[in-house]
Design a protein around this ligand. Sequence first.
Ligand code: PEP
Length: 244
Amino acid sequence: MSQKLIVGNWKMHGSRASVQSILAQLKAAQTSRHTLVVCPPYPYLAMCAAALEDSPIAVGAQDVAASTHGAQTGAVSAEMLADNGCRYVIVGHSERRLAHSESDAMIAEKIVRSLSVDLRPIVCIGESYPQRQAGLTETILFRQLGTLTQKLSPEQLSRVAIAYEPVWAIGSGKAAPKNDILHAHRCIRQYLNAYGSHSNTLLYGGSVNPQNAEELLSIAHVNGLLVGGASLNGEHLLCIANTC
Ligand code: PEP
């Protein structure tokens, strides 16, 4: 199996002590079969980047501002993330789309800002349960991708990792069925190819765990996994990052 990208999204979990304990586990392992990225909450980013400086594990943020600087209380720019050792950033997670009313246009802007400082964006797309029930999965995926193709050149878009995260599978304890993932990834790949963006890394996210990682990584067009809950356990995250 070729090398994949495994991204752990810690969301709003942890403390200095628990982050230090996961870092110790990750550092003790020294290496993993696949490329591993951890995305801690903002206050722990610099600490993680410093701790992982000599390791192959990269650090990412969970969000980024859509502009460079200014009077925006609470916002963090792409420049600040890069300045603190981040190499990746998750953009447009469904939790942010929902709770913070993030639009596709705003998400595209965040991607542009990230690319301008060489931060690698991981954009999340995917349908809700009612949308799936209504047979709208492809429509939603193409709408979300469509805004990206309006704002980004094929060259810019090719540097973006796309995570297919069906909203109904996130935190449910049950990953999406294999055929659904295959179909969605095929649609995404075809759409990107038609635009001239040929080398995107495509991830799957939604209730990934050490038990299902091997099967998920074997699905065509799946180049990696975005892992939420299971990434808070260093042993589980390493197990996923070492999946054959
Ligand atoms: C996520 O929120 O990106 C996610 C995939 O979460 P979980 O793995 O817990 O379903």
